[in-house]
Design a protein around this ligand. Structure first.
Ligand SMILES: [Zn+2]
Length: 190
């Protein structure tokens, strides 16, 4: 497995964004609306909305990537690589993942799909983790979101339990240096 990705029960996560994009470039959408995000002006305007630090820069790049691609996404929270609509799933190898057959990948519900399309956030759990530090959503809205994703979250939790992985929030230091919010890791055997 290349060093720029890591595996988990929900698929593969990008550890190094630049190396990943170098190895797996994807085309910018031909859709005029998506292409408006690919201009220098949009880039500059957007970068002003994110904190002026490493995490902010990475988030900004992820947001631009997700906005300018038709279906390719990298979750800004957990960094899962996927196509819009794809539900979490474990793969035998990175090669098997890259060669996956679209028709055989389990799909998410329509509300999650919409969020994936819009922002690239891949699950309700990732959504909650990412907006932790953001102020623009009311508690009721967050609850609604969590509620409509409940069956999906249960699936992720079950997959993690079975495979011995844990998902945790990044520490402040990890967040500052990598811009990752949710971290998947193998549980330490005690
Ligand atoms: Zn995610």
């Amino acid at each position: 497995m290349p060093s720029y990705v890591s595996a988990s029960p929900v698929g593969f996560h990008v550890k190094d964004l630049r190396d990943f994009l170098d190895a797996h470039p994807t085309h910018i959408s031909l859709d005029p609306e998506r292409r408006t995000w690919a201009t220098e002006e949009a880039c500059l305007e957007l970068s002003n909305m994110f904190p002026d630090d490493t995490a902010g820069e990475i988030l900004c790049n992820l947001f631009l990537y997700n906005k300018t691609r038709d279906v390719n996404r990298i979750c800004p929270s957990c960094r899962r690589v996927y196509r819009v609509g794809e539900a979490p799933q474990a793969y035998e190898s990175f090669e098997a993942f890259l060669a996956r057959d679209d028709d055989r990948v389990p799909k998410v519900n329509s509300a999650t799909r919409e969020e994936q399309d819009l922002s690239g956030i891949c699950s309700g759990l990732c959504f909650e983790a990412l907006i932790d530090g953001f102020e623009y959503m009311s508690a009721e809205e967050i609850n609604d979101w969590a509620h409509c994703h409940a069956p999906y979250l249960a699936g992720i939790q079950e997959a993690a339990r079975q495979s011995g992985y844990v998902m945790r929030n990044a520490t402040a230091e990890e967040w500052a240096s990598s811009g990752i919010k949710l971290i998947w890791e193998k549980k330490q055997e005690s």
